[in-house]
Ligand binder design. Structure first.
Ligand SMILES: Cc1cc2nc3c(=O)[nH]c(=O)nc-3n(C[C@H](O)[C@H](O)[C@H](O)COP(=O)(O)OP(=O)(O)OC[C@H]3O[C@@H](n4cnc5c(N)ncnc54)[C@H](O)[C@@H]3O)c2cc1C
Ligand code: FES
Length: 253
């Protein structure tokens, strides 16, 4: 497929996963490594990066204009898709997946397609857990909720206390920046950073390493071109969990 040109797809199904998260399926599968992303053109609104939760679907958390339009779309409507772009996870052996909130979506295929996975899943409330039932049928799932309405009462990083990290060959992480920073700190203290990979989300415009809007401090690594998957070792001294840049390039906490 020509990477620079959007492919037009037709929406076939829309599934509400939780009050704020919706999966949109389309009529084409995109061959991709788990962890790669596509740029989704929402006509009349914007083009935004999204992980492929399935080869033919994206799972969207509503936060602003484009995501609000996306979750309101109906079967038969059309989207433009560019990509897939970026690197993917390097997955081998026994895998520990750690997600927070909508960060479960980019890791869904890890749980569904890889043979030996333990999945630690965090959300604010039981209502906000996504893909829980489906993943429970495929792998060992453990849950944490901020309000204690399901599983462990606390943040997902707290579940690591009951995990023997030495048993795992690969650790993959996706979620809000503060959650990923606290997981990174635990892995650092327990000498397991070298086998960890984090899926980073930053504001993107071009998606192909040209505009600089997704670059991270201090090294200027582009999330679109050099990521979105980064080793825990490479993120130790990064901006992760401290700030990110908005559409105007200004730092936001
Ligand atoms: C590689 C990659 C994969 C992604 N995968 C998913 C996914 O599977 N599901 C999903 O729901 N979202 C995903 N995102 C995030 C998604 O791209 C943003 O939520 C979306 O661009 C917001 O667009 P908007 O117009 O709705 O909101 P905007 O009006 O653009 O922004 C609303 C708020 O979200 C913040 N924001 C916007 N974009 C980002 C971003 N990329 N990272 C952090 N904060 C941001 C803005 O600063 C603002 O505070 C991914 C991002 C990247 C970079
Ligand atoms: S989005 Fe333009 S450099 Fe990454």
């Amino acid at each position: 497929m020509a990477e620079g040109l959007p492919v037009t797809v037709t929406i076939t199904k829309v599934v509400k996963e939780s009050p704020g998260v919706t999966t949109v399926f389309f009529d084409r599968e995109f061959e991709s490594c788990i962890g790669q992303f596509v740029m989704v053109w929402v006509e009349g609104t914007d083009e935004i990066p999204m992980a492929l939760s399935y080869k033919n679907a994206i799972t969207i958390q509503r936060v602003g204009d484009a995501t609000t339009r996306l979750v309101a779309m109906k079967p038969g409507e059309k989207l433009g898709i560019r990509g897939p772009f970026g690197n993917g996870f390097r997955l081998h052996g026994k895998i520990l997946a750690i997600s927070g909130g909508a960060g479960t979506a980019p890791l869904l295929r890890v749980g569904l397609e890889c043979p030996d996975v333990t999945f630690l899943m965090g959300a604010r409330t039981a209502d906000e857990l996504i893909f829980h039932k489906m993943l429970t049928e495929k792998c060992d799932v453990r849950v944490a909720t901020d309000d204690g309405s399901a599983g462990f009462h606390g943040y997902v990083a707290g579940l690591l206390d009951e995990i023997s990290l030495d048993e795992y060959d690969t650790i993959v992480v996706c979620g809000p920046d503060p959650m990923m920073r606290s997981v990174l700190s635990v892995l650092q203290k327990r000498s397991s950073l070298e086998k960890s990979q984090f899926s980073m989300h930053r504001y993107m415009k071009c998606g192909v390493g040209v505009c600089g809007s997704c670059c991270m401090d201090p090294d200027g690594l582009c999330v679109c071109r050099d990521g979105p998957i980064f080793s825990g070792l490479s993120l130790q001294n990064s901006e992760l969990g401290k700030y990110h840049r908005n559409a105007a390039g200004l730092k936001e906490k």
